[in-house]
Design a protein around this ligand. Structure first.
Ligand code: 4AD
Ligand code: MG
Length: 444
């Protein structure tokens, strides 16, 4: 009877049994006649115990001289141990080496601290460390839960093109390329304009795919390629949109808490902060004016360094201060139309304001969602396109949506990487995606 192959994450079902793991040697400590190899297999890590007297000589010698990150198939007996991080240890019985890393070319990432540049240069290997693997597992759940929320609430997924003839979010951040003989194409910044069209066809839709921005800014929050999920709904107003964002974020955090407590521990995220978000209760809603007032008072008390100028967008320290006043994500609505996109519907009570919302994540993670009600009048949209010096011809199809059966409609976009950074508590978005694309890096 060969020992059944299993994974480290499911060892709890095999206590007392002899099983086989297929993985890599993550770490190795030894004290004379005792070896403590740590194995990882993509689902977790486990410490093995190898007393010289308990195994064949060959097994002991193989392990003792094994290089880190060599690939191995290990057989051993699962023993519960309350001191072990995973709750178990493995009494190793046998080891087969799949590939031994040569002594002359040791694995580049040792267990000591490395600088970020070095790690990013070796991202293809850095992904193997327990923390990075845990982040990617949480990311996968966030993506699944995000799509699941819309799939189970009557939304139809409609994927917009990635090659587009025009800008959605301002022309300065476009990646441009030749499109055959005389044409130019741009990598999409957002699927929004296209899903406005599919929303008018289908009612409730969403898109989910990579988006691109030639961001010249080097910040902890900006990537040049990131994944965005965007719902768009007909006959939905700004209030309804905020309700949608609230239900959506609550669902995602709930799902992460259901299945990733161990991963969050490896990553070092305080789970109580997420529990507060998932707990019953509404997300606070603040108008731009109220948020501005809050910043004015904070500045007067010396709690923030720079005074916020009325009419300006919020800077990152401003957003951090606002979000720190609450346990839940904050929905800031009705920004001055001037600082926002051309397609946003003006507030009928004050047309200098846009019917828009930015959702600020807790703990200073900044804007994770941006959305709005859309201009639904043909004439207003046309004049906005002209005011913003956008090429009318390229937007003719978009204007058609206001000519043929226009309706009020709203939508938002959430950047997956911003959400992962917040939920995992990461310093920088570069760790939230397998291979980050930034101003300075396109390798590996
Ligand atoms: O606020 P943004 O620019 O909104 C839009 O693109 C709308 N067209 C979405 C819509 O209404 N359908 O971007 C939406 C979100 C941001 O809140 C942020 O989470 C993320 O996309 N995002 C970025 N994430 C990483 N790197 C960047 N450079 C990002 N730019 C935006
Ligand atoms: Mg925005």
């Amino acid at each position: 009877n060969p020992a059944p192959v299993t994974t480290i994450a499911t060892l709890g079902q095999h206590e007392g049994q002899t099983i086989t793991l297929r993985g890599w040697l993550y770490n190795l400590r030894s004290s004379g006649k005792l070896l403590f190899p740590t194995f990882r297999d993509g689902s977790g890590t486990i410490q093995g115990i190898v007393p010289k007297a308990a195994v064949a000589e060959e097994v002991f010698e193989t392990l003792k001289n094994l290089t880190l990150e060599s690939s191995v198939v290990v057989t051993g007996k699962v023993r519960a141990d309350s001191r072990a991080p995973s709750g178990f240890e493995l009494d190793v019985e046998n080891v087969t080496v799949t590939q031994r890393i040569a002594d002359e070319t040791p694995y580049p990432i040792s267990l000591k601290e490395h600088g970020v540049d070095f790690l990013m240069e070796h991202r293809h290997l850095w992904l193997r460390t327990p923390r990075q693997s845990a982040i990617l597992r949480v990311r996968a759940t966030i993506m699944r839960a995000a799509a699941e929320y819309f799939d189970t609430n009557g939304f139809i997924r409609t994927d917009p093109p990635i090659l587009t003839p025009n800008a959605c979010e301002g022309t300065s951040e476009l990646f441009e390329m030749d499109y055959f003989d005389d044409d130019k194409a741009y990598l999409t910044q957002s699927g929004q304009l296209y899903i406005e069209a599919t929303a008018l066809a289908l009612g409730k839709v969403y898109s989910f795919g990579p988006t691109f921005r030639a961001e010249k800014s080097k910040t902890r929050r900006h990537l040049t390629e990131f994944w965005m999920i965007e719902p768009e709904v007909t006959y939905l107003d700004l209030d309804g949109l905020m309700g949608l964002a609230e239900g959506f974020l609550t669902h995602i955090v709930t799902r992460v808490l259901e299945t990733h407590r161990a991963d969050l521990k490896v990553i070092g995220k305080e789970v109580s902060k997420l529990e507060a978000v998932a707990a019953p209760g509404e997300f606070p809603r603040l108008s731009y004016d109220e948020a501005h007032q809050m910043l004015v008072e904070a500045h007067a008390k010396g709690l923030i360094e720079n005074a916020h100028t009325y009419g300006d967008d919020f800077g990152s320290p401003d957003e951090t201060y606002i979000s720190n006043q609450f346990d839940k994500p904050v929905m800031v609505h009705r920004y001055p139309a001037e600082v926002k996109a051309f397609y946003m519907q003006p507030d009928p009570n004050d047309p200098t304001k846009a019917l828009c919302v930015d959702v600020l994540a807790p703990e200073g993670y900044g804007e994770i969602i941006g959305g709005s009600q859309r201009v639904d009048s043909y004439d207003l949209l046309k004049s906005r396109i002209e005011q913003h010096n956008l090429p009318l011809a390229a937007f003719q199809w978009y204007l058609d949506l206001r000519k043929y059966g226009s309706v009020p409609h709203s939508g938002f976009g959430m950047g997956i990487e911003r959400a992962v950074a917040w939920i995992c508590g990461l310093e920088h978005v570069r760790e939230t995606i397998p291979f980050a694309r930034t101003l300075n890096r396109i390798y590996p």
